[in-house]
Design a protein around this ligand. Structure first.
Ligand SMILES: [Zn+2]
Length: 52
Protein backbone atom coordinates (compact mmCIF):
# COMPACT_ATOMS: atom_id res chain seq x y z
CA UNK A 1 0.00 0.00 0.00
CA UNK A 2 1.49 3.25 -1.10
CA UNK A 3 -0.37 5.73 0.98
CA UNK A 4 0.83 9.21 0.28
CA UNK A 5 1.26 11.25 3.38
CA UNK A 6 0.74 14.94 3.41
CA UNK A 7 1.50 17.55 5.97
CA UNK A 8 0.01 20.99 6.13
CA UNK A 9 2.76 23.49 5.70
CA UNK A 10 2.68 25.66 8.85
CA UNK A 11 3.69 28.71 6.90
CA UNK A 12 1.43 28.74 3.85
CA UNK A 13 -1.19 26.17 4.94
CA UNK A 14 -0.89 24.18 1.75
CA UNK A 15 -0.83 20.41 1.76
CA UNK A 16 2.67 19.32 0.97
CA UNK A 17 4.01 15.86 0.37
CA UNK A 18 5.51 14.84 3.67
CA UNK A 19 8.77 13.73 2.13
CA UNK A 20 9.28 16.98 0.32
CA UNK A 21 12.48 18.63 1.41
CA UNK A 22 11.07 22.10 1.11
CA UNK A 23 7.55 23.38 0.60
CA UNK A 24 7.10 23.98 -3.14
CA UNK A 25 4.91 26.98 -2.38
CA UNK A 26 6.89 28.95 0.18
CA UNK A 27 10.18 27.06 0.48
CA UNK A 28 9.55 26.26 4.11
CA UNK A 29 11.83 23.49 5.29
CA UNK A 30 9.29 20.67 5.43
CA UNK A 31 11.84 17.96 5.96
CA UNK A 32 13.48 19.82 8.81
CA UNK A 33 10.05 20.49 10.29
CA UNK A 34 8.98 16.84 10.06
CA UNK A 35 12.26 15.83 11.61
CA UNK A 36 11.72 18.31 14.41
CA UNK A 37 14.75 20.38 13.51
CA UNK A 38 12.73 23.53 13.18
CA UNK A 39 9.40 24.60 14.61
CA UNK A 40 6.40 25.94 12.73
CA UNK A 41 7.96 29.37 12.69
CA UNK A 42 11.04 28.04 10.98
CA UNK A 43 13.15 28.51 14.07
CA UNK A 44 15.75 25.94 14.96
CA UNK A 45 14.67 23.62 17.74
CA UNK A 46 17.04 22.81 20.52
CA UNK A 47 17.46 19.08 20.57
CA UNK A 48 17.17 18.39 24.24
CA UNK A 49 15.08 15.29 23.80
CA UNK A 50 16.27 13.88 20.54
CA UNK A 51 14.57 10.62 19.76
CA UNK A 52 16.23 7.71 18.08
ZN1 LIG B 1 4.57 26.32 2.51
Amino acid sequence: MNETEYIVCPRCKQEVFKEAIVCPFCKFGILAYVNGDIDKNGDAVKKLNKKK
